[in-house]
Design a protein. Structure first.
Length: 365
């Protein structure tokens, strides 16, 4: 967060708010009994962040069943959110400054009374929320610099899971804060699968390479699973940016299993199609990534690996009995890890044992 940018934004908003006669209620809490007629919700960042936001989105719809609720979403999630039943309208914005006027004009058409910033790009979210005419602007981010923070309502910083931090905003609005379950925001097709076989998903990529488990480990684990269990299939998922990982992985598999027991969907799915594939899995193995949170929402068991992030705040939060977390965060904060490949501290044997713990592995007869 660049302080100079925030200070400049605050200065600009002071001038523009007078010129445009905006009506933000600074320092005033909304009436928890008020029925807002138009609400805008910001969630413009990555897939995982969007999923963390879905309990709050649902709570907003339940709190204001008759309101027009407009989502401002990022381009990365468009195929998943464009027909989301929670929202009456969806505005897609890349949160680039060059497109801020175009986005603002669309947002102003919604005539919002309340803006809820769940996870977005600062300070452009605050700029558009203020200039759109919103009376109240809520955010869970309590770390905004002095000055710019006067435009928003937020709760004091308390360390808790990302889902709960967002959901607690509903206390300002007289809404429910108890249902923490994430939900899939779109329709998707069910895949017909052979239920006599165990489908284990590998999500080898991540938005940041320090969240990659070494590719060689995935290859060793796959060979161990395939050779030791005749009823296991490996299902690869990922984006087009993971094609190189796919190529190396497949080149290290026995030719006889490719497209038979090792099936790749890498770079071949949009988000609704990815959701369909994850829904068809018996287990998903992944780092701290967006597909982890899709699997959790779908109630698919997961084995997740955490080193550079604390799963207490961004890991599985619902249905704990379905999820095994391999947590080496203590090694990270104590500098006991490889900075070039933090997840390399997690061994193949550790992951294999975690998958076994879920109870779906049957050894070859």
């Amino acid at each position: 967060m660049k302080i100079w940018k925030m200070n400049l934004t605050n200065w600009a908003l002071k001038i523009l708010s007078v010129i445009m006669k905006v009506k933000v209620q600074k320092g005033t809490l909304p009436d928890p009994y008020r029925q807002f007629k138009s609400v805008i919700v910001y969630s413009t960042t990555a897939l995982g962040d969007f999923m963390f936001n879905t309990p709050t989105m649902r709570a907003l719809r339940n709190r204001y069943p008759d309101a027009k609720i407009t989502l401002i979403a990022g381009t990365v999630n468009f195929s998943m959110v464009k027909k989301c039943k929670i929202f009456d309208d969806v505005i897609i914005w890349d949160c680039k400054f060059k497109n801020i006027i175009k986005a603002l004009l669309k947002i102003k058409k919604a005539r919002p009374e309340l803006a809820v910033i769940l996870h977005s790009h600062e300070p452009y979210d605050i700029i558009t929320a203020v200039l759109s005419g919103s009376e109240f602007i809520l955010t869970y981010n309590s770390r905004l610099p002095k000055g710019i923070n006067s435009w928003v309502i937020y709760k004091p910083e308390v360390k808790k899971h990302a889902i709960k931090k967002r959901l607690d905003l509903m206390t300002f609005l007289g809404g429910d804060c108890t249902n923490v379950e994430m939900e899939i925001p779109c329709c998707f097709n069910k895949i017909n699968v052979d239920h006599t076989r165990t489908r284990i998903g590998f999500n080898m990529g991540a938005s940041n390479k320090n969240r990659y488990w070494p590719l060689g480990n995935y290859i060793s684990l796959a060979n161990k699973l395939i050779s030791g269990h005749e009823d296991i299939d490996i299902i690869l998922i990922g984006s087009s940016s993971d094609k190189e990982l796919e190529s190396v992985f497949l080149s290290n598999m026995p030719p006889s299993v490719i497209n038979q027991r090792v099936i790749s969907h890498i770079g071949r799915t949009d988000l609704p199609e990815l959701i369909s594939v994850i829904d068809s899995l018996d287990i998903l193995l992944t780092g701290d990534t967006g597909p982890l949170h899709l699997a959790i929402a779908l109630k698919v068991p997961t084995v997740s690996m955490f080193v550079t992030a604390n799963p207490k705040y961004t890991g599985p939060y619902q249905d704990p009995e379905k999820h095994i977390i391999i947590n080496y965060y203590e090694n990270y904060i104590n500098d006991c890890y490889d900075p070039l490949s933090p997840l390399s501290i997690i061994t193949v044997e550790t992951v294999y044992n975690a998958i076994s713990e879920i109870g779906l592995l049957c050894p070859n007869g």
